[in-house]
Ligand binder design. Sequence first.
Ligand code: TXA
Ligand code: MG
Length: 327
Amino acid sequence: PPHPDRPRVLPPGPAAYAEAAETLTAGNLVAMPTETVYGLAGDAGNDAAVAAIFAAKGRPSFNPLIVHVADVGAAEALVHVDDRAARAMEMWWPGPLTLVLPRRADAPLSLLVSAGLDTVAVRSPAHPVARALILAADRPLAAPSANVSGHVSPTTPMHVVEEFPDGGGARLRLILAGGRCAIGVESTVLDLTGDRPLLLRPGSVTREELESVLGPVDVATAADGVKAPGMLISHYAPGLPVRLDATTVGDNEALLAFGPDQFLRGGAVRLNLSNNGDLTEAAANLFAMLRALDRPGLSGIAVMPVPDRGLGIAINDRLRRAAAPRT
Ligand code: TXA
Ligand code: MG
């Protein structure tokens, strides 16, 4: 039987937004669709709500959260927006670009949100349901991906229910159903606090696109340590082990294919990210297919190579973490 604290899935609409806004104001959590993945949203100004997000996810307290806002004006109340940041916002907001900027001393945010750093990650999502929720709640919303820390990110409402069957300790009350996420991998995270922009997480806004507007962009490595607390190696991990760059597949393995796969024989179960090798389609399918192939009794998931260009860079980043030794 379903757990008594299982979150309710609500179709979006005026009544759902009003109830969700009330839930957030009371310090509880709401899962919302964005164009990238589903987010686990709470009032970013409420310590108890932010603590509930960390607790529900089992997220290490050193790993800060993204704050979601309606527009540039709302971001300016939280962080210092210089000319370079303003150009990036003008170009990509609303959309899948998160900017790490210096936190304003008077920002009405819980200190827990930025995990002790003097910066805040801000993002203005494009998804109409996320936008309507931010406006209805009338406050900035802290929202990490709506999965248990280390698991595969959710791209449908049912994935969120699977992650939090007990409502994450009864704090997650509602899931706003917005269908499948169009992009399917998390936002690009760009740190704009240094002399040069620093790419902390690849996403659908690519390094080349950023450089065409902002000039040279560095890519974060493990050496960037505390500036990039999200660079945990094992992440996005299904239950089964993941094997990359597969050119063969065992009889008891699942195959996650990309492009033409008829020449590859075997596999207990097979799915294809994109039969015709389309990276946009592959990104949108990635997390749902990893979940679908994660079946008890199989020995692992073999993944065919995905080209390391454009959106393929974000896909390969997620796949490498899914395949990394579990911690
Ligand atoms: O697409 C997305 O960004 C989704 C949707 C829900 O908006 N959210 C998301 O949040 O992916 P999360 O918490 O799963 O990932 C946030 C990433 C983490 O790698 C975190 O370390 C980094 O952003 N981050 C957040 N605040 C930061 C800060 N102040 N400095 C550096 N990195 C930060
Ligand atoms: Mg996440």
